[in-house]
Design a protein around this ligand. Structure first.
Ligand SMILES: *[C@@H]1O[C@H](CO)[C@@H](O)[C@H](O)[C@H]1NC(C)=O
Ligand SMILES: *[C@@H]1O[C@H](CO)[C@@H](O)[C@H](O)[C@H]1NC(C)=O
Ligand SMILES: *[C@@H]1O[C@H](CO)[C@@H](O)[C@H](O)[C@H]1NC(C)=O
Ligand SMILES: *[C@@H]1O[C@H](CO)[C@@H](O)[C@H](O)[C@H]1NC(C)=O
Ligand SMILES: *[C@@H]1O[C@H](CO)[C@@H](O)[C@H](O)[C@H]1NC(C)=O
Ligand SMILES: *[C@@H]1O[C@H](CO)[C@@H](O)[C@H](O)[C@H]1NC(C)=O
Ligand SMILES: *[C@@H]1O[C@H](CO)[C@@H](O)[C@H](O)[C@H]1NC(C)=O
Ligand SMILES: *[C@@H]1O[C@H](CO)[C@@H](O)[C@H](O)[C@H]1NC(C)=O
Ligand SMILES: *[C@@H]1O[C@H](CO)[C@@H](O)[C@H](O)[C@H]1NC(C)=O
Ligand SMILES: *[C@@H]1O[C@H](CO)[C@@H](O)[C@H](O)[C@H]1NC(C)=O
Ligand SMILES: *[C@@H]1O[C@H](CO)[C@@H](O)[C@H](O)[C@H]1NC(C)=O
Ligand SMILES: CC(=O)N[C@H]1CO[C@H](CO)[C@@H](O)[C@@H]1O
Ligand SMILES: [Zn+2]
Length: 343
């Protein structure tokens, strides 16, 4: 149910014709191999089952290892890199799945039980980014790839972004994107990000109906596209047009339960992917894949984010900066040694 906030909220709806959309979306679905169906609904099915059967311990009777709705959780773990199997998923709690739950709980610093406890199901039910958390590749099958850290898709300093005309994004929203791009550019201390038209842009931003490809709980996705004759790479940010997007002045309207998300926070997150950052499991990072109820607006880069983006500069400037860093380290350790001697 949408909240009664229409006067204060932006609701972007996809205006593309269905056939255009069909043309635009499918390649990405293949990155994860399997259609995305997950999130709130999947977590709820399993949660209800757990409650009804009073399963609170991971030591269960063999007969109870079939959990209604577990197949969707398996698919969820598969899509985000926690489960390797690409077979059709069933509802049996097998060893692989228990191990995936372990990895998930460990990664997100949850209590590690190997059991789909409340805490775990609650995290699963939150809106998240569609980019996987681990075990994915930078690989242009179907001409698109996830933006994976350690791979550089552009080799220029001046980058441009543009907005999908059919998304009819109002100026007050493109301005918010502009702020997000500038904040990242500032943090790199070297990239220049400017707006241009959609066709020419290196980074193309639009709102789409992601529900068919992804579940409604996915707020957005970013990916890299390789244009075939020239191998020129462009990037896309696709945000979920079925959610309501709040601008910074509408802070008090934020409610993930009603699918109202902070546009600038999500823009920061998706841009981060395109500038070379993977997901972070630290909830302070803008690259944390979920929007936590207590952190619905998170636009400032954490120290982890700043260090990672500066590290990119070092990587892309190769040799020179590399030796500079060694020099700094050496100087610092000499300085430390000196201080120890003085003391
Ligand atoms: C995914 O990656 C993590 C860390 O790199 C690793 O521990 C885990 O075994 C991998 N899982 C799968 C299913 O490949
Ligand atoms: C799980 O959460 C529900 C409500 O969110 C609560 O009623 C229930 O007691 C919790 N169960 C456990 C085992 O913490
Ligand atoms: C690229 O993806 C395809 C299909 O998913 C896979 O068969 C291939 O091994 C991948 N290549 C690399 C280098 O990961
Ligand atoms: C980048 O863009 C700025 C202005 O937007 C321009 O002054 C500069 O020459 C450009 N640099 C390169 C390397 O294209
Ligand atoms: C943003 O602009 C749109 C279109 O001009 C307008 O309907 C909406 O009220 C504005 N939102 C805010 C928060 O200013
Ligand atoms: C970027 O840096 C400039 C100059 O340091 C500053 O004026 C501007 O407010 C910064 N922008 C953002 C979005 O942080
Ligand atoms: C996009 O802008 C460039 C100049 O930056 C211009 O040459 C081109 O015609 C524009 N394309 C469209 C579709 O407006
Ligand atoms: C995708 O890549 C293949 C092989 O590189 C190429 O033949 C095809 O034309 C590309 N398709 C698009 C839409 O760029
Ligand atoms: C998503 O938006 C499309 C286009 O506005 C609409 O047809 C569809 O019913 C919406 N889906 C949901 C789940 O709200
Ligand atoms: C939005 O809320 C956050 C914390 O809830 C607060 O720090 C921030 O100043 C608020 N921003 C605006 C524009 O009200
Ligand atoms: C963020 O993570 C830390 C460490 O795991 C935890 O103490 C803190 O409560 C978390 N914050 C939120 C808002 O969940
Ligand atoms: C209570 C219950 O479900 N017990 C079952 C535990 O598992 C064994 C072996 O699978 C069954 O024989 C029991 O009936
Ligand atoms: Zn992400």
């Amino acid at each position: 149910m949408k909240p009664n906030l229409s006067a204060f909220l932006l609701l972007f709806l996809l205006l593309l014709h269905q056939s255009l959309l069909a043309n635009a979306v499918p390649p990405l679905a293949k990155i994860g191999q399997i259609g995305y169906k997950w999130g709130k609904k999947a977590a709820k099915t399993v949660y209800d089952y757990y409650r009804k059967h009073d399963i609170s311990s991971p030591e269960q009777n063999q007969t109870l290892k079939e959990i209604k709705g577990l197949s969707r959780i398996k698919e969820y773990f598969y899509n985000f890199g926690y489960l390797q199997s690409s077979e059709t998923f069933n509802d049996i709690l097998d060893q692989q799945t228990v191990s995936a739950i372990h990895t998930y709980q460990q990664s997100f610093n949850l209590q590690v039980t190997g059991d789909l406890n409340n805490e775990t199901l609650q995290l699963i039910s939150l809106p998240r980014c569609a980019v996987p958390d681990m075990n994915f590749t930078y690989n242009f099958t179907e001409n698109v790839s996830w933006p994976k850290a350690g791979n550089q898709w552009f080799d220029k300093i001046n980058l441009t972004y543009g907005f999908l005309p059919t998304s009819n994004i109002p100026a007050n929203a493109t301005k918010v994107f502009g702020q997000a791009f500038t904040r990242w550019a500032n943090a790199t201390g070297r990239l220049i990000l400017t707006q241009t038209n959609y066709t020419d842009a290196d980074i193309k931003v639009g709102f789409y109906v992601l529900d068919d490809v992804f579940d409604a709980d996915v707020f957005g996705v970013s990916f890299i596209r390789e244009e075939s004759p020239s191998n020129v790479k462009t990037a896309e940010i696709r945000l979920n047009g079925n959610m309501s997007w709040a601008l910074p002045s509408e802070n008090n309207s934020l409610s993930w339960e009603n699918d109202v998300l902070d546009l600038e926070s999500v823009a920061m997150h998706e841009i981060g992917h395109l500038l070379g950052l993977d997901h972070s499991f630290s909830n302070e990072s803008v690259m944390y894949p979920y929007i936590l109820p207590s952190q619905q607006r998170k636009i400032q880069l954490s120290n982890i984010d700043k260090n990672k983006i500066l590290q990119k500069n070092v990587e892309s400037n190769s040799g020179y900066c590399g030796s500079w860093r060694v020099l700094v380290t050496t100087t610092l350790s000499l300085g430390f040694g000196y201080m120890v001697l003085l003391a």
